[in-house]
Design a protein around this ligand. Sequence first.
Ligand code: FAD
Length: 415
Amino acid sequence: MNENKRTVVVVGAGVIGAAIAFELQQRGRQVTLVDRDEPGQGASFGNMASIALDFAANSGPSTMRKIPGWLMDPEGPVWLRPSYAAKMIPWFLRYVASGRPSRLKQIEDAGMSLSRHALGDIRNLLDAIGASDLITQEGCLAIYETEAEFVGDRDHLELMQRYGFEYKLLSGTEIRDHEPALSPTIAKAVLLPDNKTIRNPYQLVLKLIEAAKARGANFVSGAVQTVERQAGGRMAVLLEGGRRIEADDVVLAAGARTRFIAQALGEPIPLETERGYHTQIMKPGIDMRYSVIWPRRAFMITPTAGGIRVGGNVEFAGLDAAPDFRRPRVLVRHAQRAVPGLQVEDAKDWMGHRPALPDTIPIISPSSRVSGVWYATGHGHLGLTFSATTARLMADMMTGIAPAVDMTPFRINRY
Ligand SMILES: Cc1cc2nc3c(=O)[nH]c(=O)nc-3n(C[C@H](O)[C@H](O)[C@H](O)COP(=O)(O)OP(=O)(O)OC[C@H]3O[C@@H](n4cnc5c(N)ncnc54)[C@H](O)[C@@H]3O)c2cc1C
């Protein structure tokens, strides 16, 4: 290790922390990446693998309209566990406030400013770690059974149009020409050509860490409790069991658990978990080229390196409640309606915690209280999509380069 290098501890080895660790090591920092668990076992393990450029605020009018119906429907995509409802109230109030038209426009501008860079940045990152084969060439198909469903999703398409993202309407045989596995009951589809898929999101995290280590980074296993600024300005990262690691800078990228460290540092953030599920089907009995999203039912079917993954859902039940694996089974039933040949053999269910802020966009920011502490969290439904861009922007801020994106909307003290 070069003694003169500026040192950084990155807390959290999910896709966000791993991408930042790689980027900073690449730019000449000496990085120590810390995780309480095995790397890549958080939300980044089992997401739906989509580089989804069609950013939409969760508090946008079409989602807001659907939520009451979804919450009432036992087979709908959103659940609130009654035992957790009271804890969610402050978050929900902020969520509703972020649906005001003026705020919505700021959120959309901010989200789209990341989307604009996401595909280019992820391709560059994959090239840099020698893993460009992890991304597919095919895009994603948004599917609709009825005209009413299609009309119900028009905000989404208008948004894409407004921000200049490409899409193509498909109907009838065109749909099956693209994806023969889809049922003839799917009346309409929209091809999102730039929404690519990462064949194995878990492998991506491992490869990022491998590449960072090959350039000199270290990995340390341990649970971070807090960070202290010492006399002289250096930081001390305090781990469970009394261990400490000193560094010049600390990046907090601990997913949904970042809020505990933020709390310990005296800057609480309204970070919740939107729990999501998937079923990984190793023997699906079919092949698919495209990932498929069904907007009305809010779930995806994704061909991955290890079979077909069906997943989505939003469950508000906190970090500690046991998974309820009835959720993904509903999704698999819906998936079989869209893809009638889909068999469920050799399948495994999974649940993960999306780090979710009430206004949809992440925090990518220096601490507002402790100089030398940085945050990268709250990426919600789009952490894989925004991972490379977050890493680039964070590394720019930390190394004194003007970021290509206005970082004001992502600051920690916006609440
Ligand atoms: C079902 C589902 C589908 C999704 N689909 C997509 C998709 O298609 N496209 C997309 O872009 N995004 C998707 N996402 C979202 C995406 O997976 C997340 O936004 C992203 O993985 C968040 O990454 P992260 O690194 O912030 O968090 P995580 O992957 O959760 O990593 C955080 C890490 O921090 C560690 N940690 C926590 N606390 C501490 C501590 N105190 N000390 C040390 N380490 C700690 C954890 O062990 C963990 O390894 C999906 C998510 C889910 C659940």
